[in-house]
Design a protein around this ligand. Structure first.
Ligand code: BGC
Length: 918
C-alpha cells in the first residue's frame, strides 16, 4: 500500500484566489512499509475542465526525492482560472502509487491591470468621511440566465464585509487584514456562484475604519494610512453560453449609514438595531434616498491576493459562570482568557440597551478590572429593535477578555440561566492549521502548553501582536522573533509569517533598520510629530530588528521555504549591514538605544530594562544575525557572501570576547541572560563554554531554581541549560511553582501567558496598570524547548523541513514520567513519546515516509534495546546503530517504532543528565 495524500499548493488544500505565478506543491506519502522514501514523482496539472486528457503540465516520471515545495513549471498560468492537479509517486521498493485524489487551486488576478473596479467612498458632502459610523455601499444588478460560476475580488481601505441578496459572503473577518498598506494591500477572492440568481441581485458592502483609518496604537492618532475609507469590488459572472459579465464598484453605487454607530478595535462597537436598513442588500431595495458615492484615486499597483490564512471564528465558548462582584456587577466568566467577541441572542423590548464591557482579570477584591486596558474601552453596546429574537455580534471589533460585565439585561437579577444562554464567546484568530501537540505527566505543565497555544491564538490575529486587549495590539518585532519557533510547532504559520516578513521588508528603512513594529505605525508618526519615544533618532533595537533574519530563517528551517529566504535575503543583509554601520568599530554595536533584556527581573526598581548590559545583547544578536545570513547565503548558493559573512562573524565573535568575556573565561556580567546568549548563539567554545554553562547553572541554583530573565533571555534559558548538560536544572525551572516561574501564573489561575512574571503579585495586587497584559505570548517561547528537549522532537537543521528528524528525549530524574509530542510536518506526522515505568523506558516514535530519523535513546546500550519483540539489529527500517556517550543512536527510516530498555541504566548511571545534543 503506497498512496499520496494531502496535496497542497502554497501550503493550502484547495487554494482559492492566489496571485503566485509559480506555485509550489507539497504532498504526503502513506506507506505501511518502514523505510519508505520517494524514488520518483509525477505531477499533472489541468486547466478548468478538470480532465487530464491534455494536461497543461505533465512532469512525466521525475527521479527525485523532493516531495515538498516542488515548483510549477508548466505553461504560463492564466488569471481567474481553476487548475486541478494530481500526483503519483514511486518508492524505493519499486512500487507505484495510484494517482492521488484531485486537488485544485485557483488563480486570482495575476496582473494589477486587470482591475476594472474603482475605489469608492460615500460622497463626503453627504456623509462625513470621519464619521465613526460604519458605511453601507450598495447596488442592484441584473444578471442573465445560465450563471455557471461567479467570483468577487474585493478589498477595502478599512475593513469590510460583503452581502449578496441578504446573505453574508464568506466567513472571513476583518478583511482585508493588516499589511503595510503604504506598500502592500491584500484583496480577497470569494466564490459567489450560489449567492447569485438570474434577474436582479443586491450587492452590499459594510465598510469600517479598521487598521487603515481607526486607532491602531497607543498614540492617539487616526487616519494613519489615509483620510477616506474606500471599497473596491469586482464581480465576474460566467454564463453557460461562454459569455462573461463584469460588475464593478464605481460611482453608480449608493451609500448610507446603518445600525453600526461605532466599530473600532480598541473602543468596541455600538449597534442600534432600530437603525437597521431592512433588506438593504435585497435586489428590490429602494435606495432612492441613499447618497452618491465618489470614485477615489487610490493605488492599484499595491494590490496582492490574500497571502495569510483568513481570520475566522474558530471556536465558540459558553460562559462557565455568572459572578456577582462585591461592588455589585454581574459578570460572565468565560473560564478562559480569550480573544474575539460575544454573540448575543435576545428577546427584549425595543430600545433595551445591552452593554458589555470586556476585561481579562478581576482585582484582588474580585471586582471587575479594566486598568490594564489603558485607553482601550472594549465596550459593546447593542440597542434592541424588539419584536422577537435578535442575534448580534460585533463586526469590526475584537476584545481580549475572560470576564464580561453585562448591563441592561432585563432579567439580570433573577435569571442566571437565561444570562448564560443568551451569550456565547466566539474565538477569533488567523485560522492556521493546528500542527503540534505536547503533553506530559505534569498537569500544570499541560496547562502551560494550553496557555501558550491560547496566547498564540489570541495574538495571531492577522499579524503577530504583542497583546490583544490594551491600546497596543501591534506587530512588535521582538515578540514575534522570540516566539516564532514555538508558534511553528503549534500551528502551521507558513502563510501567516510569509505575509508578515514581506511587510517587515516593505517597512524596513533605507538604511536597513527595522522598525519596532510591523506594520510600522509608530516610526513615521514619531518622526513627523517630532515626539521622541525610546531612543532618539534610532527607531530600531537589537533582538527586535533581528526578526528580519530570524523569521525567514525559521520559516526555511520549518518548511524548507528557500523561495521566501531568497526573497527576504536583501532585507536580511540590509539589517546586518545596518548594524555594521552603527558601532564605533564595524564589529561591535555599542551605540544607540536598545531594549535589552526587556522586563527582566534583574532590572532596577521601576525600570523595564534588565540588568544584562544592553550592548552585550546587541552584539550577541549581531553575531546571530550574521551567522544566519551566512547560512542563508550558503543555502542560496551565494558563495561570495558566505565568505564575507564568515569573516565578519569571526571578527564579531572576537570582539564579543574582548568586550564581554574575561581572560579567565567568564562573562563580564553576572546575569542569567548574559550567560544564556553566548551559549545559544555559539559565541563560546570548549572550556569557556563549559565554564559559562556551569556558571549559568549555578546562577539558577543559587537563586533557588528561579529565573531572572526577560524577553531576551527567557526564550533560551532552558535550551541553554539542556543543551549544555544541565537538563535537570531546566526541568526544575519548568516545574517551579513559586514566583518567579512559568507555573507561578498558573497558581494564580492564568489561562494565557502573562507579559510580566508578576502580572498578579503574590498578595494579589497587580504589577501596574501602565503595562500589564495577561495575554502576551513572548514567555510562551519555552514551548520550543518543551517540544525539542522534553519530548525530544527535533530536526537536523542541515536537512530543513524535518527531512531528517532528530528524536532525542531528555529524561529528568523522576519528575516527569512521560512526555509526548506530535508535529505535522510537510512530510507528515512525527511523534516522539516516552514514558518511564517501574523498570523500563518506553520510547515510541513515528517517522513519516520520505524522511529519515536519528533516534537517540538516552541510557540505552545496543545490547538491551528492543523494538517491539525484536532486537534492534533485526528490525526492519533501522539502517544502523552505534553507542554514543550516554546512550544508543539509531538511524531509522519511516515508520512507527516501539523501543524498550531497562530503566536502571538511565537513572543509576545518571545518564539522564549527561547527554546533550552537542
Ligand atoms: C510591548 C512589548 C514590546 C515592547 C518593546 C511593549 O509595549 O507590549 O511586547 O516588545 O513594548 O518595548
Amino acid at each position: 500500500m503506497l498512496f499520496v495524500k494531502e496535496l497542497t499548493c502554497e501550503y493550502r488544500k484547495n487554494l482559492l484566489g492566489t496571485d503566485v505565478k509559480i506555485p509550489r506543491f507539497s504532498w504526503k506519502i502513506e506507506s505501511e512499509k518502514r523505510g519508505t522514501y520517494q524514488q520518483a514523482y509525477q505531477i499533472q496539472v489541468t486547466g478548468s475542465a478538470g480532465s487530464f486528457q491534455c494536461p497543461i503540465w505533465d512532469t512525466g516520471r521525475v527521479e527525485s526525492e523532493q516531495s515538498i515545495q516542488v515548483e510549477y513549471a508548466g505553461t504560463k498560468l492564466q488569471s481567474r482560472t481553476r487548475y486541478h492537479y494530481r500526483i503519483k509517486v514511486w518508492d524505493n521498493f519499486g512500487r507505484e502509487s495510484d494517482w492521488s485524489e484531485l486537488s485544485w487551486w485557483e488563480t486570482a488576478l495575476l496582473s494589477t491591470n486587470e482591475w476594472r473596479a474603482q475605489w469608492i467612498t460615500p460622497d463626503p458632502d453627504a456623509i462625513d468621511p470621519h464619521s465613526k459610523a460604519v458605511f453601507l455601499l450598495r447596488k442592484s444588478v441584473h444578471l442573465k440566465r445560465g450563471i455557471v460560476s461567479a467570483r468577487i475580488y474585493a478589498t477595502a481601505a478599512g475593513v469590510y464585509e460583503i452581502y449578496l441578496n441578504s446573505s453574508r459572503v464568506g466567513d472571513d473577518l476583518l478583511a482585508p487584514g493588516w499589511t503595510s498598506y503604504l506598500h502592500r494591500h491584500q484583496y480577497q477572492t470569494y466564490d459567489v456562484t450560489h449567492h447569485l440568481q438570474s434577474g436582479m441581485n443586491g450587492i452590499g458592502i459594510m465598510l469600517g475604519d479598521g487598521w487603515y483609518k481607526g486607532e491602531v496604537s497607543f498614540i492617539p492618532r487616526r487616519n494613519f494610512y489615509g483620510d477616506c475609507r474606500a471599497a473596491l469590488l469586482q464581480l465576474h459572472v460566467q454564463y453557460d453560453d461562454g459569455t462573461e459579465e463584469l460588475i464593478v464598484s464605481d460611482s453608480t453605487w449608493k451609500s448610507s449609514t446603518g445600525p453600526i454607530l461605532l466599530s473600532e478595535f480598541f473602543a468596541g462597537e455600538t449597534y442600534d438595531a432600530r437603525l437597521e436598513k431592512q433588506g438593504w442588500t435585497e435586489p428590490d431595495y429602494d435606495d432612492a434616498d441613499w447618497n452618491q458615492t465618489l470614485a477615489l484615486d487610490l493605488p492599484m499597483n499595491q494590490l496582492v491576493a490574500q497571502e495569510n490564512w483568513p481570520t475566522r471564528v474558530t471556536e465558540t465558548i459558553r460562559p462557565k459562570n455568572i459572578i456577582q462582584t462585591p461592588s455589585g456587577d454581574t459578570l460572565l466568566d468565560m473560564g478562559q482568557n480569550m480573544v474575539g467577541r460575544i454573540r448575543m441572542r435576545l428577546n427584549v423590548p425595543a430600545g433595551t440597551c445591552i452593554r458589555l464591557q470586556h476585561a481579562e482579570v478581576l482585582d484582588k477584591e474580585g471586582n471587575f478590572y479594566t486598568g490594564n486596558l489603558r485607553s482601550a474601552k472594549q465596550i459593546v453596546k447593542y440597542i434592541a429593535k424588539g419584536g422577537g429574537v435578535e442575534t448580534y455580534a460585533p463586526h469590526f471589533s475584537f476584545q481580549g477578555f475572560q470576564y464580561v460585565k453585562v448591563e441592561g439585561f432585563p432579567e439580570i437579577e433573577n435569571d442566571h440561566n437565561l444570562l448564560l444562554e443568551s451569550f456565547i464567546g466566539e474565538v477569533i484568530h488567523s485560522d492556521m492549521e493546528p500542527t503540534g501537540d505536547f503533553e506530559c505527566s505534569h498537569p500544570m505543565v499541560n496547562q502551560l502548553q494550553s496557555n501558550i497555544k491560547w496566547g498564540q491564538r489570541g495574538n495571531f490575529l492577522d499579524v503577530p501582536t504583542d497583546c490583544p486587549q490594551r491600546d497596543e495590539r501591534l506587530g512588535w518585532t521582538g515578540d514575534a522573533q522570540v516566539f516564532i519557533r514555538t508558534a511553528a510547532f503549534n500551528y502551521h504559520v507558513g502563510p501567516f509569517f510569509t505575509k508578515w516578513v514581506r511587510d517587515l521588508k516593505a517597512d524596513q528603512k533605507p538604511d536597513g533598520s527595522v522598525p519596532y513594529v510591523v506594520p510600522d505605525v509608530l516610526v513615521d508618526f514619531v518622526r513627523r510629530s517630532g515626539k521622541k519615544t525610546w531612543g532618539d533618532e534610532t527607531y530600531t533595537s537589537s533582538a527586535w530588528g533581528d526578526a528580519a533574519t530570524i523569521c525567514p530563517w525559521t520559516l526555511y528551517l520549518c518548511y524548507g521555504d528557500t523561495r521566501l529566504l531568497s526573497e527576504q535575503y536583501d532585507s536580511m543583509k540590509a539589517w546586518v549591514e545596518y548594524i555594521r554601520n552603527q558601532g564605533e568599530s564595524e564589529y561591535l554595536w555599542n551605540t544607540g538605544f536598545q531594549f535589552g533584556d526587556w522586563l527582566a527581573l534583574d532590572a532596577e526598581e521601576d525600570s523595564y530594562y534588565g540588568a544584562t548590559p544592553e550592548y552585550l545583547v546587541a552584539n550577541a544578536y549581531y553575531a546571530l544575525s550574521t551567522r544566519i545570513l551566512r547560512d542563508a547565503a550558503a543555502v542560496l548558493g551565494k558563495e561570495e557572501d558566505v565568505h564575507i559573512y564568515s569573516k565578519l562573524l569571526e571578527e564579531i565573535v572576537a570582539q564579543f570576547h574582548e568586550n564581554f568575556v574575561t581572560s579567565d573565561g567568564r562573562m563580564t556580567s553576572n546575569t542569567q541572560t548574559a550567560h544564556i546568549l553566548p551559549l545559544m548563539f555559539d559565541l563560546v567554545e570548549g572550556e569557556v563554554r563549559k565554564r559559562v554553562a556551569c556558571d549559568l547553572d549555578e546562577l539558577v541554583v543559587q537563586n533557588g531554581y528561579h529565573l531572572t530573565t526577560g524577553f531576551v533571555g527567557t526564550p533560551y534559558l532552558c535550551l541553554a541549560l539542556s543543551s549544555n548538560g544541565y537538563h535537570s536544572t531546566a526541568v526544575k525551572l519548568l516545574l517551579q511553582e513559586s514566583y518567579p516561574s512559568w507555573l507561578y501564573s498558573i497558581t494564580k489561575g492564568a489561562t494565557t501567558i502573562w507579559e510580566h512574571w508578576d502580572g498578579i503579585k503574590q498578595d494579589g495586587s497587580f504589577w501596574s496598570d501602565a503595562m500589564n497584559s495577561f495575554n502576551h505570548y513572548a514567555y510562551g517561547a519555552i514551548g520550543d524547548w518543551m517540544y525539542r528537549y522534553v519530548a525530544g522532537l527535533d530536526m537536523d537543521e542541515k536537512r530543513a523541513a524535518y527531512k531528517r528528524i532528530r528524536i532525542h528525549p531528555h529524561f529528568s530524574s523522576g519528575e516527569l514520567t512521560y512526555a509526548r509530542a506530535s508535529f505535522i510536518s510537510l512530510y507528515g506526522k512525527i511523534e516522539s513519546n516516552w514514558s518511564v515505568d517501574n523498570n523500563q523506558i518506553i520510547v515510541k516514535v513515528q517517522i513519516p515516509a520520505n524522511t529519515t530519523a536519528e533516534i537517540i535513546l538516552p541510557g540505552a546500550s545496543l545490547s538491551n534495546v528492543m523494538e517491539g519483540n525484536l532486537e534492534w539489529n533485526i528490525v526492519e527500517g533501522i539502517h544502523s546503530a552505534n553507542e554514543v556517550e550516554g546512550g544508543a543512536r539509531l538511524l531509522a527510516g519511516s515508520g512507527s517504532y516501539y523501543f524498550t530498555y531497562p530503566k536502571h541504566q538511565v537513572f543509576e548511571k545518571g545518564y539522564a543528565n549527561m547527554l546533550n545534543s552537542h
